[in-house]
Design a protein around this ligand. Sequence first.
Ligand code: MN
Ligand code: MN
Length: 415
Amino acid sequence: MLSRRDVLAVSAAGAMMTTSTSHAASFGNPDQPAQGAINAKGPGNLKDPGPQSEAIGKQFPSAQFPPATDVGGMPMDWASFNNAPKRVQNGGWARQVTQADFAISNTITGVNMRLTAGGIRELHWHQAAEWAIMTYGNCRITVLDSVGRPYVADVSEGDLWYFPAGQPHSLQGLGPDGCEFVICFDEGDASEFNTLLVTDWFAHTPPEVLAKNFGVPAQTFSKIPLQNLWIFQGTLPGDLASDRAAVSNAREVPPHPFIFRLGASAPVKESKGGDVRIADSTNFLVSSNIAAALVTVRPGGIREMHWHPNADEWQYYIKGRGRMTVFNTGPNAMTMDFNPGDIGYVKRNLGHYVENVGDTDLQFVAVFRASRYEEVSLSNWLTHTPPALVAQHLNIDEATIARWPDNGPGVMPSS
Ligand code: MN
Ligand code: MN
């Protein structure tokens, strides 16, 4: 059972070719020793008679039948929220993928959270900076900045928020059906289950100290919760204007918003194949330590071959079916499949591309622990290098090289 994605291979003798049903090309697999299903000769080679889960296996055709151009082995670059245990409480739930679950992800921890209408993620703060993208519904955020200025805003699908490390905040699901979102912390070993909670501090402070601190009688604190709330069902807040009025109290407002409407922003790159939207500290000024790219790829299109010189890439797949290949020295090349709710990871400077292998739009968000978004496009590089020099490397004539895209297209349509 050969994968239809196997390209034609030319054997060492230069003659033995195997047919392919798609994207056939007459160049082949250079591996020594030869790797890939294309090289398997006998009928038993590709049998997989041992125990397996067909349901899981079917989601990973590229792992089971790697393209012939894959070579060697690389650390696992796939993880998922789909199999991350949910911590459920009345008001919502959260699940997370930390570096303990996903070894190569040492720069980012991912959290997926749902809050009901009125559901509250308790007032808290933490060591890491928090970046998030809304994937469903409506949410109200509150935060106090480092010089004591309050900020309240409402966000919906495609919007981001950013809370610098240590700045205290809360989240609450709004009507009609609460919200869902994905949080990224700028540390691989952060945890949503281990944050500094306002209820914990109250419960673990002597009442007479609370009385002195807040200037009220100790009896005021007789009914505080003795266990933390973390996520709990609350009542829906009033409109945004009244919450803003209630917190501002003649205080200055922060000079820059803590939210950014990435989904509704103008693409920085756009083609028939899709588009790329960017949010980093140049347009989302408070996001000093996270840069992000929201990528949409039409069916058959490809997020072009590229790499990032300044940070690892953490990906969250939102829609559609993607297949990513990562290239490293060695050479090593590894292809994996990604579905909605999955996470991908690419180390800094490793070459990669993502194909839309489904029949609907593919969308994913790429998150970087960096203040600025940076990428190097392979075609942009090779079309801005003396053509004779490039031609000598690849045995391709200069006239053909002149037809390659020279604008770093971001996404290329199916050819
Ligand atoms: Mn938080
Ligand atoms: Mn990338």
